[in-house]
Design a protein around this ligand. Structure first.
Ligand SMILES: NC(=O)c1ccc[n+]([C@@H]2O[C@H](COP(=O)([O-])OP(=O)(O)OC[C@H]3O[C@@H](n4cnc5c(N)ncnc54)[C@H](O)[C@@H]3O)[C@@H](O)[C@H]2O)c1
Length: 392
């Protein structure tokens, strides 16, 4: 796998644009911070909000040229593509309903895309984006940021090494408490408002928002392919129509079993993503809020706590580490690792290198498609009375 540090340098900083990330937003600023942290690109253009006045506010705060702050993403894609100093890639950090049309607009202009998850509202849209990216020879990353943690990559390397044997069970959970109250009814709570609105969020809230991270983390660490799902999506909170709690049982193609639980109504929990992988010889446990560590428990041996930054980690993981052990890395570094690999691919593509997109270690459009499919199949299962549904 090719990482950021191994990429050849195009003779200038990469230029990028952003859709979303306007005043009061959450994730757009995280993307900007991660790209700046690694020196991976310079923001030169944006459409930061559906409201042009708000977009202009962010453009001024970020010191962009006024003529590169656009009223809508279609104008931005068209005009940027026509410039000699056009953006090299775009980051789509707007809410879910904008992912498909915005990604399509930039792909049509031949611009590489990094898009937030869930990739699209429907599987058809997601597959259309894949076909378009292929036709236009564009790279396409999906911002499953937790996959960028060094110790998540270490988990993957341990599984690949065979140290914990054949995978037989996986348990994933993602409890949060932030939607226990009807936050969406409070003025200014934009993140709660759109996540509980089917027009903007899509067919699922909780499972689409955080359950997809569980699905992606397990897939990334184990390579397991889902054969069937059986799901119960619970709408907890008066007046809501979308799920705020989701339980999923899984059967994988290799015979392994799984259970995923995600919740936004779990008292006392901030962002408790945890994945446990059980093999025939041992188990590993990754806890997002303690992402500098990984628990390795081999059968009939005392558990070990592996610590990021130490020489005993697999090189495929440790080469993503930035600071020595005991100097904590977190969410920003995980996001930056994703961008290190993605911008390496963009640079190498611009340099005319022949490397395949699969050679680079960032979540790609196929992972985004799997996430959309996971949500669709779980919603179908739940609507039919929590029955087993084939994945393919
Ligand atoms: N990868 C992660 O860890 C992670 C974390 C949080 C959110 N997300 C995803 O990021 C996306 C945004 O989430 P958020 O919490 O930042 O939402 P947010 O509401 O805080 O911000 C969304 C921003 O997009 C802007 N916007 C909306 N439609 C637009 C359009 N058509 N053109 C331009 N700008 C537009 C809004 O004005 C706002 O500034 C969601 O898809 C969410 O699932 C991912």
């Amino acid at each position: 796998m090719i990482e950021g540090k191994e990429s050849a340098a195009v003779g200038r900083p990469l230029r990028y644009g952003m859709v979303g990330g306007g005043p009061g937003s959450f994730i757009g600023g995280v993307h900007r911070s991660a790209i700046a942290f690694g020196g991976y690109g310079t923001l030169v253009a944006g459409c930061f909000s559906r409201n042009p006045a708000n977009s202009a506010v962010t453009g001024r705060e970020l010191h962009l040229d006024e003529d590169r702050v656009y009223a809508d993403f279609e104008e931005m894609a068209r005009k940027e593509a026509g410039r000699t100093d056009a953006i090299d890639f775009v980051v789509i950090a707007a809410q879910n309903d904008s992912h498909y049309p915005a990604a399509k607009a930039f792909l049509e202009q031949g611009i590489h895309v990094m898009c937030e998850k869930p990739l699209a509202h429907t599987l058809e849209q997601a597959l259309e984006l894949k076909a378009l990216a292929k036709k236009k020879k564009c790279l396409f990353g999906v911002a499953y940021a937790y996959a960028g943690h060094v110790m998540a990559k270490e988990a993957r390397a341990i599984v690949e090494s065979g140290e914990i044997g054949d995978i037989v069970m996986v348990m994933g959970e993602y409890p949060q408490e932030w939607l226990m109250d009807l936050l969406e009814k409070t003025e200014g709570q934009r993140q709660a408002a759109w996540r509980t609105d089917p027009k903007q969020a899509g067919i699922s809230n909780c499972l689409g928002d955080i359950g997809t991270h569980v699905e992606n983390m397990v897939a990334m660490m184990t390579g397991l392919k889902i054969r069937q799902v059986c799901a119960s999506l619970d709408v907890i909170g008066k007046g809501r129509t979308l799920d705020t709690n989701a339980q999923v049982m899984l059967r994988f193609t290799n015979g392994a079993k799984g259970m995923y639980w995600s919740s936004q109504v779990a008292a006392g929990y901030d962002n408790g993503l945890k994945v446990r992988i059980f093999g025939t010889k041992g188990a590993i446990e990754f806890v997002q809020e303690e992402s500098n560590y990984l628990k390795l428990s081999l059968k009939e041996q005392p558990p070990r706590r592996l610590s990021r930054g130490n020489g005993y980690l697999h090189p495929a993981a440790s080469k993503n580490s930035r600071f020595p052990s005991g100097h904590p890395e977190g969410y920003n570094e995980a996001f930056a690792n994703l961008y290190g690999a993605f911008t390496a691919a963009v640079r190498d593509r611009m340099d005319g290198k022949k490397a395949k997109e699969s050679d680079y270690d960032y979540p790609k459009i196929d992972e985004g498609i799997d996430g959309v499919k996971f949500v669709a199949k779980c919603v179908e299962s739940s609507r039919k009375g929590t029955v087993w549904i084939d994945f393919d």
